[in-house]
Design a protein around this ligand. Structure first.
Ligand SMILES: Nc1ncnc2c1ncn2[C@@H]1O[C@H](COP(=O)(O)OP(=O)(O)OP(=O)(O)O)[C@@H](O)[C@H]1O
Ligand SMILES: CC(=O)C(=O)O
Ligand SMILES: [K+]
Ligand SMILES: [Mg+2]
Length: 575
């Protein structure tokens, strides 16, 4: 007899704690198959007493403990698997921006339980001390509570924006009003003055050009140029928000200018140094304009022996769109930063550009995050607009690897709810895509050049086709740097991909990849032994049962074999 929140919940549980059900030690490792609830006048509410009537022994105390210790399987995926089965596991990954509204240990744990895979820290805001404290909390949650949340920092980058518009929050610009845009600091005596952060902000700008705020929040016509300052008349009334961004348009086209602003400023390098010392998993590089800045950062990380820190390039400028392929090739992943991208291209182009970036990323086998304004109204309201749900679903339908919350989690009071909206909408669309057999329409560019790379790629393509056709329960892959796992993910298979690795940084990087559940485990050179051991460990935890079918792929190459000798596909039925 013991306590549980209800008897339904207790069913299927593996008994792994003496206190949980007040059972004797012999019951350890048993799976509850029948139990009865007492108390609360028959209402199953709060904690009820549960009498365990039948349990099947699937492993002894030592075995269950061993399986727990030897297998770095995060508690959220494990819970999801127990509750929903293999096919019910969510494939699309979720990124949450961490801010003042969600930085307590309690709130972070709720986001973790809600399915947050990656925590994003935007270095534009708050102090490094603040970021350090919160990153430490995430690491504590991982270590002490068994979560697997990767950490991403996002650089500030260099961009022209409002430094001061004369108010702490927003300021309204009325149609017809005249404003001065300057780099001089205002003493507060002249209203309608906006200070820009960069002295060259007006270079190349002519009278008659249109100044657009935040991609359409308000518009102005330049009516006079005095030195570097611009006198402008508001032609479309709207709002200046803090840090509002500028763009200039002429004849309906963006005025492209070379500002000479570095992608990585002094502050960005200091933030990167901070990220390195905190051992972050991802650095997202803002306002990347070409592949050079990505390579520069990757080289730097290599020199600092931080090869495991992955570099993501944020696509948020017109220039980055023009050099998309080279940027994707140079980086470890991409973020479609729709907020700033919508400042540089007309917003009606965002949906098609997003799909194009998502497709290029999958062809080149790089994870892609769709970010910004997914559930914007939830910064204020506890429910999303139907249009927002449609936008989220569209990103999932396009097979983006991950979706990101910004202000919804960072400053909004409904962050956990917003996360659950992402989780429900993505699960729903994944199911629909499977039922519609949409995976079959993915086209696959041949990626590999060398023979071993081409073999790996073909093995993964075939393995996924086999897995789908055979209806296997799961794909198991054994991987060192995650290459094989990501080639499998690229094919967007029906079953989940369990990626076993002994490298913790590979585990944290795979967190961003569609359909991959990274599991940390010590692997040997003996692949057969690895396979049977991991299957055993997972079975002992009660997550695999007799008759389950697993498709196994491996790319771990023992040193004494030549490089392709151990790439194989096997189909195993659990006995
Ligand atoms: N660490 C933080 N401290 C305070 N406020 C934050 C923090 N992180 C985010 N915010 C707030 O949440 C809002 C949305 O966050 P987010 O980081 O996505 O901003 P963004 O402006 O879209 O991103 P970027 O600056 O990279 O383009 C920000 O405008 C800011 O007000
Ligand atoms: C996320 C981000 O940087 C943007 O949308 O602009
Ligand atoms: K940023
Ligand atoms: Mg941005």
């Amino acid at each position: 007899m013991g306590f549980a929140s209800d008897s339904i919940l207790a069913r299927g549980l593996i008994i792994d704690r003496a206190t949980k059900f007040g059972l004797k030690n012999e019951a350890f490792g048993a799976k509850i198959v029948h139990c009865r609830a007492f108390g609360n006048g028959g209402k199953v509410k709060g904690k009820v007493r549960v009498e365990v009537r039948a349990a099947v022994q699937i492993g002894g105390l030592e075995e269950v403990k061993k399986a727990k210790e030897e297998l770095g399987f995060d508690v959220v995926s494990e819970g999801e698997l127990r509750e929903k089965g293999f096919l019910g596991m969510r494939k699309t990954k979720l990124v949450c921006t961490i801010g003042p509204a969600c930085c307590s240990m309690e709130d972070l744990e709720k986001l973790a339980l809600g399915g947050m895979n990656v925590a994003r820290f935007n270095m534009c805001h708050n102090t490094r001390g603040w970021h350090r404290d919160v990153i430490k909390k995430i690491k504590r949650l991982n270590e002490e509570k068994g979560f697997c949340i990767s950490v991403m920092i996002d650089t500030e980058g260099s961009q022209i924006h409002v430094l001061d518009h004369g108010a702490p929050s927003s300021v309204k610009a009325e149609e017809g009003s005249i404003w001065l845009f300057t780099t001089q600091k205002s003493d507060g005596s002249s209203p309608f003055t906006v200070q820009a952060n960069y002295k060259g902000f007006s270079e190349g700008i002519e009278v008659g050009d249109v100044l657009v705020i935040d991609g359409g929040m308000a518009s102005f016509e330049v009516i006079e140029k005095v030195g570097n300052d611009l006198r402008c008349q508001c032609t479309d009334s709207g709002l200046f928000l803090p840090r509002a961004k500028f763009s200039f348009w002429r004849d309906g086209k963006l005025v492209e200018r070379n500002y000479d602003l570095p992608t990585l400023s002094k502050k960005d390098w200091a933030d990167i140094e901070f990220g390195v010392s905190e051992g972050v998993d991802f650095i997202a590089l803002s306002f990347v304009n070409d592949a050079d800045s990505v390579r520069q950062l990757k080289n730097y990380l290599y020199m600092r022996s931080c090869r495991s820190t992955r570099v993501l390039a944020k696509i948020e400028s017109l220039e980055s769109l023009q050099k998309l392929e080279e940027i994707v090739k140079a980086s470890d992943g991409i973020m479609v930063a729709r907020g700033d991208l919508g400042v540089e291209i007309p917003y009606e182009q965002i949906p098609t550009v997003q799909e194009e970036i998502t497709n290029v990323c999958r062809e080149l086998n790089k994870p892609v995050i769709v970010a910004s304004q997914l559930l914007q109204s939830m910064v204020e309201y506890p429910t999303p607009t139907r249009a927002e749900v449609a936008d989220v679903s569209e990103a999932v339908r396009q097979y983006a690897d991950a979706l990101m919350l910004s202000g919804e989690s960072a400053i909004g009071p409904y962050g956990q709810k917003a996360l659950s909206v992402l989780q429900m909408a993505s699960s729903r669309m994944e199911l629909w895509s499977r039922e519609e057999n949409r995976q079959s329409i993915l086209h696959r560019l041949q990626l590999g050049v060398s023979l071993p790379d081409r073999i790996a790629e073909q093995i993964c393509n075939c393995a996924v086709q086999m897995a789908n056709n055979l209806g296997v329960d799961a794909i198991f892959v054994y991987t060192k740097y995650g290459q094989m796992a990501s080639l499998l993910s690229r094919n967007r298979p029906y079953p989940p991909i369990f990626a076993f690795t002994r490298d913790n940084s590979t585990r944290m990087a795979l967190n961003l990849q569609w359909g991959v559940i990274p599991i940390l485990v010590d692997l040997s050179d003996d692949m057969e032994a690895n396979i049977s051991r991991t299957i055993d460990l997972i079975r002992t935890k009660g997550l695999l049962k007799t008759g389950d079918v697993v498709l196994v792929v491996s790319d771990l190459t023992p040193a004494h074999l030549n490089s392709t000798a151990f790439q194989s596909i096997q189909v195993k039925t659990v006995v």
